[in-house]
Write a protein that binds this ligand. Structure first.
Ligand SMILES: Cc1ncc(COP(=O)(O)O)c(C=O)c1O
Length: 471
């Protein structure tokens, strides 16, 4: 990795001005340049580096298993009160601490502002606040939630480029000054309601490979930043930095590199072409994940070292959401019904098994619809036995050497046909009503958007583990 990196760095430092040509009126970024070729080589070399594939830390499987088992042992679905057998989460607070430590090690120059929308669980928010994480809020309620915890307003960025006017007035009353914008109308609103704001100009990114694209909705194209910069100047507003988001669930991290490069372009343009004071903060947004953190942080570090080297007078912040919570939550759900249907339209007269469980896309697995996720069902309890430790109880693959012979589709509890968790999965055991499944890594964009649709209350209980090790 290091030889390519060195080569890339020296190439980049020699070539930046040939790639981004600045004139007073126009911007030209040349695609497929020498820089892109070296960047692709670097990314390829990262993927081949065995260290990159090593996960940041081990999760607390023994404790998660123990918590799941103890809860399920207390439930008798033949005698319990309605709802006692509802789905529930196990939340590992030590995992949040591990994730924070890992962030600190890998991205020591970047102060995280946790995106509250991702999971506004009060205990998690308090833990993050006590560890020194700041907050990205997008609405009045999120700002209020954070301020009520005693967090000071300087630790909040109102990272919504299209804000409600009354919410801007609320932010002013609460002295929340940092906020993002990407259009002229927003600047007029800010001038009127909160003229002392510290503003971040949000630029677009190429988020075409992300699971959830955000630049289709927000961000100013580089060729249009002049209009915004001159409006900032004309209205005498306080521009402090540039922000971007490479998309949630991003997988091509060359985008991160290019976004940092584009941000540098705006930093320079603000001074050169608009005589604005030097910008002080770069906000690199969210899009980080546990599974790919080694790779994304390596690329990001390379980019900031190149374009915003240490002691350049620019602080760097980020708005991670998914990274800080996804792997801390495990969902357990109960098999409430089962239908075996003969499929006469298929040649082999296949027997189809449909499993119905008590959580689904209107509940805590709304991430299937809103976040393009595919939760992984694993067998937790069947035939009087717990199977958490068996890593091979399920697979999405039809060809699985007969290890998981039971082909099933899996459905949520509501009467809507859309409430489907998976159309095809293969299980090791022939599950029956009363059995339990679990779904790991379901902490991000899950409970925060669960609905009570069709009368199914999906406010799942949460069992917290490792509380003492989390501090
Ligand atoms: C402005 C902003 N910041 C941060 C985030 C968090 O993104 P992620 O969870 O991918 O880190 C989002 C997600 O939608 C967002 O819109």
């Amino acid at each position: 990795m290091s030889t390519v990196k060195v080569e890339l760095n020296s190439t980049l430092s020699n070539s930046t001005t040939t790639l981004v040509e600045m004139t007073n009126s126009s911007t030209q970024i040349k695609p497929d340049s020498k820089e892109d070729i070296f960047l692709n080589q670097y990314l390829e070399s990262l993927k081949k580096d065995p260290k990159i594939a090593i996960l940041p830390h081990r999760q607390s499987h023994a404790q998660i298993s123990e918590a799941l088992q103890s809860r399920i042992k207390t439930i008798n679905d033949e005698t319990c009160e309605p709802g006692d057998e509802n789905s529930f989460f196990v939340c590992d607070l030590k995992e949040i601490r591990n994730l924070y430590d890992n962030w600190h090690n890998k991205l020591p120059r970047i102060q995280p502002f946790y995106a509250v929308k991702c999971n506004p669980n009060p205990l998690i928010l308090r833990q993050l606040a006590s560890m020194g994480v700041n907050f990205d809020c997008a609405s009045k309620l999120e700002i209020e939630t954070i301020l009520k915890m005693g967090v000071s307003p300087e630790r909040i960025i109102y990272a919504n480029p299209c804000k409600v006017s009354s919410f801007i007035r609320f932010a002013k009353e609460q002295n929340v000054k940092k906020s993002t914008f990407d259009n002229v109308e927003e600047l007029y609103k800010i001038k009127k309601f909160h003229p002392n704001s510290d503003l971040f100009l949000r630029i677009t990114t190429d988020d075409s490979t992300a699971q959830c694209r955000l630049s289709t909705k927000y961000g100013c194209e580089l060729q249009n930043v002049d209009e915004l910069l001159s409006k900032v100047k004309e209205l005498n507003l306080n521009l402090v930095g540039v922000s971007f988001h490479v998309g949630s669930g991003a997988s091509d991290f060359s985008t991160l590199y290019k976004a940092v490069r584009d941000a540098r372009f705006v930093f320079d343009k603000a001074i050169k072409d608009h005589s604005l004071p030097a910008l002080k903060i770069l906000d690199v947004g969210g899009g980080f994940q546990f599974e790919t953190f080694n790779e994304s942080s390596a690329v990001l570090n390379m980019a900031i070292d190149e374009f915003f080297p240490e002691n350049c007078g620019v602080d760097i912040i980020a708005e991670p959401g998914r990274y800080f919570v996804a792997t801390a939550f495990t969902l357990a759900a109960h098999v409430i019904a089962k239908r075996s249907v003969s499929q006469f339209d298929s040649n082999d007269d296949e027997h189809r098994i449909m499993l119905y469980i008590n959580d689904g896309v209107y509940g805590n697995m709304n991430c299937i619809l809103f976040d393009h996720q595919e939760p992984t069902p694993k067998i937790l309890y069947h035939d009087g036995n717990f199977h958490y430790d068996d890593l091979q109880t399920s697979t999405p693959l039809a060809n699985n050497n007969g290890v998981c012979p039971y082909k099933v589709s899996m459905w949520g509890p509501t009467c809507d046909g859309l409430d489907c968790i998976t159309k095809e999965y293969y299980l090791k055991y022939d599950l029956v009503v009363g059995d339990w499944l679990y779904f790991p890594n379901l902490g991000a964009y899950t409970s925060s958007a669960a609905t009570p649709f069709n009368g199914f209350d999906q406010t799942a209980d949460i069992i917290y583990i490792n509380q003492n090790e989390s501090l």
